[in-house]
Design a protein around this ligand. Structure first.
Ligand code: AHG
Ligand code: MN
Ligand code: MN
Length: 335
């Protein structure tokens, strides 16, 4: 039987040998992993744990919150506030940043998360997940405020997600490639099952919500039209389509076997740049994808280079296999 190493050992080796992570960041990642383990157990209980259904409230983006959105948010806060590794947290489900209370020591990191991604899939038992991003507090900063979070994604020091699917898998980067850890429920530990993931540069699989086709901008329409023409069209090959409606699951598939994912701007809400959130979804996923040899843009610029102006800002997202992302991006600049 293959011997797998634990997340703890992987992180210690990253700290000791590769020098990629300081001790405080290692602690942070272990705590996030522990919180994800707890969320995974809660998700698994489903109706038996009375965790399905709506909470009857709305978040700052005007979306109806599910019970699990709120539970996962609380689990992440409870797990992270006391360890001394964080200055503050920000979440898709909270209007304002959560500053670590004064009764606890403060650390030098900022943690951002989408506690439960794929909310529409909770009640129908389809894969969902937690997405997280870690930034460092700017130096010489005396007090923490929202402005400290407004850093471009290229300044992330760690990013990842945990997918709650047929297996619970934690996917992580600290800037040295992408590693995957599968939860061993008997041991209660995440075990390394894949390292140095590579996304193939070409693909025949796209992921987009096709029901929005009539609302798309011309560059996105052109790209999908060409894919749909298959072998007889300009691409000269047939394409396959997948859309899980949980970004974690769609990105996970792309990390495992390639593909392109798009949630572009569309004219349903013309004043919003897109549906997905830059700080909680696009930045961590863009960094993971780049670390695995893929690309991520908003059609005009690299996602990781976008200077955020607001915590809850939205963005158009095109990510995955490099050559396809470059093609869609070139269609935007050509018009
Ligand atoms: P969340 O559940 O955190 O609000 O995110 C849902 C996102 C993302 O996971 C997914 O790709 C997309 O919304 C699906 O949107 P549609 O239902 O419009 O397809
Ligand atoms: Mn989400
Ligand atoms: Mn969410």
């Amino acid at each position: 039987m293959t011997q797998h190493i634990s997340l703890t050992r992987y992180l210690i080796e990253q700290q000791r040998e590769a020098g990629h992570i300081p001790a405080q960041l290692r602690l942070l990642l272990e705590v996030v992993a522990r919180a994800c383990k707890r969320i995974s157990l809660t998700v698994n209980k489903g109706a038996l744990g009375s965790v399905l259904g709506s909470a009857g409230s709305e978040n700052v983006q005007g979306e109806v919150q599910k019970k699990l959105d709120i539970i996962a948010n609380e689990v992440l806060i409870d797990a992270n506030e006391w360890g001394g590794h964080l200055a503050a947290m920000a979440s898709e489900e909270m209007d304002a940043i959560y500053v670590v209370p004064n009764r606890f020591p403060k650390g030098e990191y900022l943690l951002l998360f989408d506690p439960l991604d794929g909310s529409s899939n909770i009640d129908v038992n389809v894969s969902i997940g937690t997405i997280f991003s870690v930034l460092k507090m700017p130096e010489d900063d005396r007090g923490v405020d929202e402005g400290d979070f407004l850093q471009p994604g290229r300044q992330q020091v760690a990013a990842g997600y945990c997918i709650y699917g047929p297996q619970t898998v934690l996917v992580l980067t600290v800037g040295d490639g992408v590693a995957m850890f599968t939860l061993d429920r008997e041991q209660g530990s995440f075990m390394l099952t894949e390292e140095k993931l590579r996304i193939p540069e070409d693909t025949k699989e796209f992921a987009i919500n096709m029901s929005n086709m009539r609302h798309w901008a011309p560059p996105v329409r052109r790209y999908i039209d060409e894919c749909l023409q298959g072998k007889d069209g300009p691409r000269g090959k047939d394409f396959n389509m997948r859309w899980v409606a949980s970004m974690v699951a769609d990105v996970h598939r792309i990390l495992v076997r390639g593909g392109i994912f798009m949630y572009p701007w569309d004219k349903r809400e013309p004043n919003k740049p897109g549906k997905l959130r830059l700080m909680y979804e696009a930045n961590p996923m863009a960094w993971l994808v780049e670390q695995a040899g893929g690309a991520a843009t908003n059609g005009h610029q690299r996602i990781l280079d976008i200077q955020p102006s607001q915590l809850h800002e939205r963005v158009s997202v095109i990510l995955g296999s490099k050559n396809e992302v470059e093609r869609v991006t070139s269609y935007h600049t050509a018009l």
